[in-house]
Design a protein around this ligand. Structure first.
Ligand SMILES: Nc1ncnc2c1ncn2[C@@H]1O[C@H](COP(=O)(O)OP(=O)(O)OP(=O)(O)O)[C@@H](O)[C@H]1O
Ligand SMILES: [Mg+2]
Length: 397
């Protein structure tokens, strides 16, 4: 997936386009059955229109799985609606006996396009105008103009205007929602980077200031311990205890600082940090952990290194807390400008009654989406978390 050239808005439109084409394909058997029942005489000739309908809807559906289709779902949607309207009008021209039914189907099409695609008022009005004109031409040039044609035409025009206004209103709501989402994503990105900076600073202060002072205290205590005369054996033992305590605290501080922000991540990059993170995890939880990489360069852009490290940390915490797993496998690979990360465990899998709404997975999703990537979590034998991140970002997602 070339996530660097697709926005989330594109992806959401692609999903809506798929739903629209699926519905259009699903109605075929219903109308086929109706025509078979009520238009038996002309039925074989109508099959051509059904074929075209399936071709247009199926083609649009297939296009959403291609690179070009995913990049331009709006164009595909436009071709879909225009193609459908033309085909229905051609069908009506061939069987003009029931203009009200044809007008209803066209109104339904325009309502669906309003609901699924929420185009601008001018674009929607243009599509409705072309559809209504097509309907008028099809009806007036048909073998026999039906008395109900004028009435059906009026209904169609009215339906088209209502659909256009609905499309406009819905479009405004969707735009507002997308703007709010973008603002929230921006805010959460800022909060995460502030959080990360804060951890970085804390980790440095802990190691460099407090840690070094404590190490100095420990060294002083050691000097005192050696200088004390043997007659003061009890004082010497207490000094040794104090020194050991100081040394233990230094070690704990170091551990805490590593947890907050491993210096190895800044100094040596992602792989050594992940290796040490997995080693610690294995020792602490007794779950066998392995790391495999394929084509991953030594250094990646810092936001990506930090994001991957934090995702792995949260995924491992989840494995320890929820999975009851024996093995966990972390795999990193790069392919065509995209980094993929998988964390697979062989534990109990996600709870069948639905996930408990924690903040860990939400945090992962926020972090990854802020970098233009995607997250999927699936449960089959154990749990698999898959993250995809674009390594190059040409435009903001
Ligand atoms: N590897 C896993 N194996 C089994 N269940 C999992 C796994 N990862 C997540 N889950 C399920 O998904 C839920 C949500 O996970 P999430 O990390 O969002 O929240 P949490 O771990 O419960 O709490 P926290 O906010 O502290 O992270 C968990 O409560 C758990 O039921
Ligand atoms: Mg969690």
């Amino acid at each position: 997936m070339a996530a660097d050239t697709e926005t989330f808005a594109d992806l959401r439109l692609t999903a809506r386009l798929r739903s629209a084409t699926a519905i259009m394909l699903a109605i075929v058997p219903v109308f086929l059955a109706l025509d078979l029942r009520y238009q038996r005489a002309s039925f074989p000739g109508l099959l051509f229109f059904y074929g075209l309908h399936v071709l247009i809807a199926g083609g649009a559906l297939l296009a959403t799985f291609t690179h070009g289709g995913r990049r331009r779902p709006d164009h595909v949607a436009l071709v879909l609606i225009a193609g459908m309207a033309t085909n229905i009008n051609a069908y009506f021209h061939r069987t003009p006996a029931n203009p009200a039914l044809a007008a209803d189907v066209l109104t339904l099409l325009m309502m669906s396009s309003a609901f699924f695609f929420s185009w601008s008022l001018s674009r929607h009005l243009l599509i409705c105008a072309v559809t209504c004109t097509g309907f008028a031409v099809a009806g007036l040039t048909a073998a026999q103009v039906q008395p109900a044609f004028g009435y059906a035409f009026g209904i169609l025009v009215l339906g088209g205007v209502v659909a256009s206004i609905g499309s406009h209103v819905l479009g405004r709501y969707r735009q507002g929602l997308a703007r709010r989402q973008a603002e929230l994503a921006e805010l959460s990105m800022r909060l995460m980077s502030l959080h990360e900076e804060e951890r970085h600073r804390l980790s440095r202060d802990l190691q460099e200031d407090i840690g070094q002072s404590l190490a100095a205290v420990s060294a002083y205590l050691q000097a005192i311990e050696y200088d004390l005369p043997p007659a003061l054996g009890e004082l010497r033992a207490r000094t040794a205890d104090a020194r050991r305590l100081a040394a233990k605290t230094v070690a704990q501080l170091r551990q805490l600082a590593q947890l907050l922000r491993p210096s190895v991540l800044d100094d040596y990059g992602l792989m050594p940090s992940l290796h040490s993170c997995l080693r610690d995890f294995q020792e602490r939880h007794g779950v066998a952990a392995s790391l495999s990489t394929e084509g991953v360069p030594d250094r990646l852009p810092s936001p990506i290194e930090v994001a991957v490290y934090r995702v792995v940390q949260e995924a491992l915490t989840n494995v320890a807390r929820h999975a009851r797993a024996r093995h966990v496998r972390v795999a990193l690979a790069t392919d065509r400008g995209e980094l993929s990360l998988r964390v697979d465990d062989d534990g109990v899998g996600l709870p069948p009654e639905g996930r408990h709404p924690g903040t860990g997975l939400i945090g992962i999703r926020e972090r990854v989406q802020a970098l233009g990537g995607s997250v999927t979590i699936a449960s089959r034998a154990g749990t698999s978390l898959v993250v995809r991140l674009p390594l190059r970002r040409d435009r903001a997602a």
